[in-house]
Ligand binder design. Structure first.
Ligand SMILES: *Cc1c(COP(=O)(O)O)cnc(C)c1O
Length: 377
């Protein structure tokens, strides 16, 4: 099955009982048992719900994994994955990781004894330097947020295997439509489904896919024990979103390419970060491991004042956190999504006050370019 077909025919389709072509929303918490312990596959909706299950089957298919799990947010998914580890374990993460991931590792999970180190994972030598006796996993984002840095999934997974470490990939930016980390050896893939998978700025959710029966068992145990599950309505909204993920991603990509071309020629733009630019570091790897470059890009206008001015003038780009929706969004990572990262650390990473991130939506590219042109002048 080709990717677009899989989005529509993968997982569980419709309802065999009624012929409904969309999976019903099973708004239910508990299920009748014929006798003690004899049930029709569902006992209690934290443990399993048919609507959530259909979504979990679909994301498993889309990521070419063994089992999928739906959570109440991307952070719930990430935190639940971290529950695979024990007090005293150590995880190495990408340095410009999503701000919330940085926060949960350094302000919450550290209190439970899970240690973390942040390195530039685009170079395996940096990972290798930080390996300790208690290191259990490598956690990467590729492309990263907001600098769109590319890590070579295949090389890191080979390295992780040699060292007996799990490789966890946050695949939010590229979505399963463009990139399937499990195909390159990742053990766990996760998503903030709040972004492209939902796609319409109307649901907060997270998804996890694992590549082995053993991890599937462990994740299901954690999902049921910790209980950060996604409700049936939101599960249904994600399935609805996934049906159009292919056409949406194609359009996001086309619009983004046009905007990149416009920004490249603009004197007010000092630097552009987009994996599709041939000179962008890791462009060759992106071509190798992804079918597309996505709809996220960042550019630097030089200062916080200039960024503020631009934000005041744009009319189609909504100033908001989040990304991956039909409407174009704009943000200043240093003061928004990455505000929880200390200032000196941010500057070290290159997340300057003048760095603007845009999530290119599905409006007409000509309107978006005209909007940016006005705002930059
Ligand atoms: C938004 C985001 C998250 C967190 O997801 P929520 O759904 O907001 O909890 C994690 N990783 C990345 C890359 C994100 O963009």
């Amino acid at each position: 099955m080709k990717p677009k077909t899989k989005l529509i025919h993968g997982g569980i389709n419709g309802d065999p009982q009624t012929g409904a072509v969309s999976v019903p929303i099973y708004q239910v918490s508990t299920y009748k048992q014929e006798e003690v312990g004899k049930h029709s596959g569902y006992e209690y909706s934290r443990t399993g719900n048919p609507t959530r299950h259909a979504l979990e089957e679909l994301i498993t298919d889309l990521e070419n994994g063994k089992a999928g799990f739906a959570f109440g947010s991307g952070m719930a998914a990430i935190s639940s994955v971290m529950m695979l580890f024990n007090s005293g374990d150590h995880v190495i993460l990408t340095d410009d990781v999503y701000g919330g991931t940085y926060r949960v590792m350094t302000k919450v999970l550290n209190r439970l004894g899970i240690e973390s180190t942040f390195v530039d994972t685009t170079d395996i030598a940096n990972i290798e330097k930080e390996i300790k006796e208690n290191t259990k996993a490598i956690y990467i984002e590729t492309p990263t947020n907001p600098l769109l840095k590319i890590t070579d999934i295949k090389s890191v997974s080979k390295f992780a295997r040699e060292k007996n470490l799990l490789l966890i990939v946050d695949n939010t930016f590229n979505t399963p439509y463009w990139q399937n980390p499990i195909d390159f050896g990742a053990d766990v893939v996760l998503h903030s489904a709040t972004k492209y998978i939902g796609g319409h700025s109307d649901v907060v959710a997270g998804l996890v896919v694992v590549n082995s029966e053993k991890l599937a068992e462990e994740m299901h145990f954690i999902q049921n024990s910790v209980g950060a599950v996604l409700g049936p309505q939101d599960s249904w909204l994600l399935m609805r979103g996934l049906k159009t993920l292919g056409v949406r991603m194609e359009e996001h990509e086309k619009n983004t390419a046009k905007i990149v071309q416009f920004l490249q020629g603009h004197p007010a733009v000092e630097k552009i970060f987009y994996p599709g630019i041939p000179s962008h570091p890791g462009n060759d790897i992106a071509v190798e491991q992804s079918r597309g470059f996505g709809g996220m890009l960042s550019f630097d206008v030089g200062s916080g004042e200039k960024a503020d001015e631009l934000l005041k003038k744009v009319k189609y780009f909504t100033l908001a956190e989040s990304l991956g929706a039909v409407e174009s969004l704009i943000s200043v990572p240093a003061r928004m999504t990455h505000a929880s990262i200390p200032k000196d650390r941010r500057e070290e990473l290159g997340i300057t006050e003048g760095l603007i991130r845009i999530s290119v939506g599905l409006e007409d590219a000509d309107d978006l370019i005209e909007d940016l042109e006005n705002a930059l002048s």
